[in-house]
Design a protein around this ligand. Sequence first.
Ligand SMILES: NC(=O)c1ccc[n+]([C@@H]2O[C@H](COP(=O)([O-])OP(=O)(O)OC[C@H]3O[C@@H](n4cnc5c(N)ncnc54)[C@H](O)[C@@H]3O)[C@@H](O)[C@H]2O)c1
Length: 348
Amino acid sequence: MTKNIMEYEVPKIRIENGAFKKIPTHVGKYSTKFTIITDGHIKKLGNDLLSAMRKFGLSCNLIILPPGEHTKSISFAEKIATHLVHLGNKRDSCLIALGGGVIGDLTGFMASIFMRGINYVSVPTTMLAMCDSCIGGKTGVDLPEGKNLLGTFYNPKEVIIDPLLVTSLPDKQIKIGMAEVIKHAVLADAQFFKFLNRNTTAILSKKPTVLKQTIAKSVQIKLSIVKKDGREMLQNTQKDVSRMLLNYGHTVGHALEKLSKFELSHGEAIAIGMVAENRIAVGKKLLKEVDAVKIESLIKKFGLPTKMPSQYSPAQLKTAMGMDKKHIDGKLFFALPLGIGKAKIMHV
Ligand SMILES: NC(=O)c1ccc[n+]([C@@H]2O[C@H](COP(=O)([O-])OP(=O)(O)OC[C@H]3O[C@@H](n4cnc5c(N)ncnc54)[C@H](O)[C@@H]3O)[C@@H](O)[C@H]2O)c1
C-alpha cells in the first residue's frame, strides 16, 4: 500500500525512570554497529553508554561535540560524516543521539543524509528534548541567515526517554524546556495548563513522579498534533490541524534568538515570543485579556522572561522575522491562541 506522505510514522517511544541503563537491550535490533553522538557537558553519560553497549557485545563508538547551538551547523555535520566514514560506518550502521535538542537535531539530520539514510535512536537528555524536540521527526542545522534552514523530516527508530537524566540538568535548562511544555498546554489542553500551575514547584525541584507525568503529557500533545500533519503540509488551508500550530511563540522567538546571536536560549526566546504573539491575538480579539494574563503569569512562575529586550528595534525584529520559514506566498503566518487549550493559524 502506498504510504501517505502526510502521515507521521510514530516511532516506538519509551518513557521510563531508569530507561538509560536498559538502552543496550533495546537497540540491538537496529544494527550491529553503533555510534553515539553527544556533547562535552554530558561526556560522562556518553562514556557510560559506550561501556554498557560494548559490555552487551555491541560494536560502538562515541563522538563528543562542543556543547551549544553553534554546533548545529553544516560544518559540524561534515566533520561528523567524515568521522563516521573513518570509523567504518556503512548503510546498516545506527546512530544514537544522546543529548539535548542540538544533538538531537544534528544527529537526526546526519542519520537522514549519511549514505542516503541510516537508522538512529533518540535518547533526549534535556527537558526541552524530552518534552518536545525528540518527537515529530524534524531534523536540521542552522545557517548564519536563520535557524533550521537546512533540514529533513526523518524519524528515529526508537525514542528512549529516561526522566531521571534531567536531575543533572542545571535549573535554568529545566525552565527553558518548560517554555515548550507551556506552549503545548496553551495550544491543546486547559487541564494540563492547570496541572502546570499546581505543580510548578515540584517540576522545578525535579520531583521524579511529576517530571515523568509532565514529559508524558507533553509528548502526548505533540504527537496528537504532528500525527495529523507529519510534514507540515497542511498550511493555511486546514488551520485547525496544521502542525504549524506548534509555531506559537516561535515566529517572534526565532527572530529574537537570531538577533541575540543565540545569547537568548530557544526556550527564553519563545517564552517572550508567546507573550508578544498573545498581544497580536488580543488585538485581533481572538484571545481574552484575562487568558493572556494567565499565560504570562505561568511563564513568569517558571522563571522565564516575558519582556521584549529593549535593544532590538521593531524594524530589526521585522527583518529577522522576514528570514523565517513561516512565510507562505509572501505572508508571515502566526499560530495564535484562541483561549487556553485552543489555537489557530493566521497571517497578520
Ligand atoms: N526538532 C524539533 O522539533 C525541535 C523542537 C524544539 C527545539 N528544537 C531545537 O532544540 C535546540 C535546543 O535544545 P536544548 O534546549 O535541549 O539545548 P541543548 O541541546 O543546547 O542543551 C542545553 C544544554 O544542556 C546540556 N545538557 C544536556 N543534557 C544534560 C544533562 N542531562 N545534564 C546536564 N547538562 C545537560 C547541554 O550540554 C547544553 O549545554 C535548538 O536548536 C532548537 O532549535 C528542535
